[in-house]
Design a protein around this ligand. Structure first.
Ligand code: FCB
Length: 471
């Protein structure tokens, strides 16, 4: 049953199959989303779903350490069990297939596949081989991220991303993975959201490893981007047929007033969130305004680094969630000014689809060499409950619909966007927020590991089925 939505069609809830929700949220006839070659999929990440942290020779990661530290994660949650995907992967793949999803973005846990001396761990490699082979058999397009934040703890013990050596170890890891998994991965992403790794991990300490100094953040960012740049040619050599790229989260910053100071604040917000990553990748330099915001934080950059970092990409993955309204802080920077009366999610994030469109069309103007784009994450958390076997997550359907419409608008404005992965396939360990925040289109009951398809997943499945039928 290769990528067949028939399973779902029989089990659609009456509300959706009769069309009420579906009609309400079906894209208009002229939407580019009806194009068959626009890939629609779902995303997850290793530490957020796998669990089995002590099995198959997996070593500790910085998130095991961080989540075990009191006060770091809501309710003291950890990824020790998560969605138990390590044991339930076959059923999870079936679920993905039954929804008719065409793409799956997953990540590989570095601490599962090699030890501190760089020796491959066969059991860990076999897990990913089995998983990727099954996805291939099912006709799913696979995007594999090499680093979605679970750095081996032994590397953090030697300085983590503050140590340039970590970038070279990452290239070794990329070498191993692309030799072992060549032919099973359609697209490799080196890093997920280096902004989060660098800023939340080393700049404000909200994420592992929990350090808080802007000088650390800029140096960690440089080594992360260097790791990316060193890995790309290795991936190209070992697995020439696949696409190579990186995934960046982007943030929309809007000024709280027309004043020049607030306009400048919004500009600096976007420099800090977007240009800090995209300029080195696409222009080969750091934005100088970043160092106006954070004086004295220029990283140590060696000769040749910027060329390594800015080597051409086959695709750019974009993750988008919300906008931030900002004002000048009266000095060099910005401060958040949350707007009243706007729609928000369980995270408190504002629902602002126009931000996605505006950023994408803006990037097209700023970066003449902007690679083809995949939206590699977009979605929302809600406090979903299972009632009579159903989860009525109508806000999520509306959220997805509005963001997909924003993608359609950006495509029509000339941005080359080739696909969209919703975050996330299923509820999972939401980092510092633990299990309380539910981002899935499938509900997970963590006490039983039962998966329940939410209305949003039914909606996506119905759309995909209809698109297939029209093709
Ligand atoms: C992104 C992360 C992803 C998930 C979503 C909600 O920043 O890449 O793992 O936690 O946010």
């Amino acid at each position: 049953m290769a990528n067949d939505a028939s399973v779902v069609s029989d089990t659609l809830s009456p509300a959706v199959s009769k069309g009420s929700l579906a009609d309400l949220f079906t894209p208009p006839a002229d939407s580019t989303l009806w194009r068959k070659n626009f890939l629609l999929g779902a995303a997850t990440a290793s530490y957020q779903i796998e669990g089995a942290v002590n099995e198959g020779g997996r070593l500790p990661s910085i998130w095991d350490t961080f989540s075990a530290t009191p006060g770091k994660v809501l309710a003291g949650d950890t990824g020790a069990v998560a969605c138990d995907h390590y044991h339930r992967w076959e059923a999870d793949v079936e679920m993905l297939v039954s929804l008719g999803l065409e793409g799956y973005r997953l990540s590989i846990a570095w601490p599962r596949v090699m030890d501190a001396a760089g020796v491959p761990n066969r059991k860990g490699l076999d897990f990913y081989k089995r998983l990727l082979n099954r996805l291939k058999e099912k006709g799913i397009t696979t995007f594999a991220t090499l680093y979605h934040w679970d750095l081996p703890q032994h590397l953090e013990d030697r300085g983590g991303w503050l140590n340039r050596e970590t970038a070279y170890r990452f290239a070794d890891y990329a070498d191993l993975m692309s030799r072992e998994l060549a032919g099973t991965v359609d697209a490799w992403a080196t890093l997920n959201e280096p902004w989060c790794s660098a800023y939340l991990g080393y700049g404000n300490g909200h994420h592992a490893p929990g350090l808080a100094d802007h000088r650390f953040a800029t140096q960690a960012m440089h080594h992360l981007l260097l790791a990316h740049g060193l890995a790309v040619p290795v991936l190209r050599a070992n697995d020439p047929a696949s696409q190579k790229g990186i995934v960046a989260n982007i943030g929309r910053g809007t000024p709280n007033s027309d004043s020049a100071a607030d306009q400048r604040a919004a500009h600096l917000f976007e420099v800090q969130h977007n240009a800090w990553i995209l300029d080195p990748l696409l222009k080969g330099s750091y934005p100088q305004d970043l160092f106006e915001l954070w004086p004295g934080t220029e990283p140590l950059v060696l000769d040749g680094d910027m060329q390594t970092i800015s080597a051409p990409l086959d695709f750019l993955g974009i993750n988008y969630y919300f906008r931030t309204n900002v004002a000048s802080d009266g000095a060099h920077g910005f401060r958040d000014v949350p707007l009243e009366g706007v729609e928000r999610t369980q995270m408190g994030w504002e629902v602002y689809p126009d931000g996605l469109r505006d950023l994408l069309t803006g990037f097209k103007k700023t970066y003449h060499n902007l690679p083809p784009i995949y939206i590699t994450e977009n979605g929302m958390a809600s406090d979903d409950q299972v009632t009579d076997g159903h989860v009525e997550d109508t806000q999520r359907i509306s959220f997805l619909k509005r963001h997909l419409a924003a993608v359609d608008q950006a495509i029509k404005a000339g941005v080359d966007i080739r696909g969209y992965f919703l975050w996330s396939l299923m509820d999972n360990f939401e980092w510092a927020f633990g299990y309380e925040r539910r981002f899935g289109v499938v509900h997970v009951d963590y006490s039983t590991q039962k998966r329940t398809i939410k209305r949003s997943a039914e909606w996506v499945a119905k759309f995909l089925k209809e698109r297939k039928a029209r093709a």
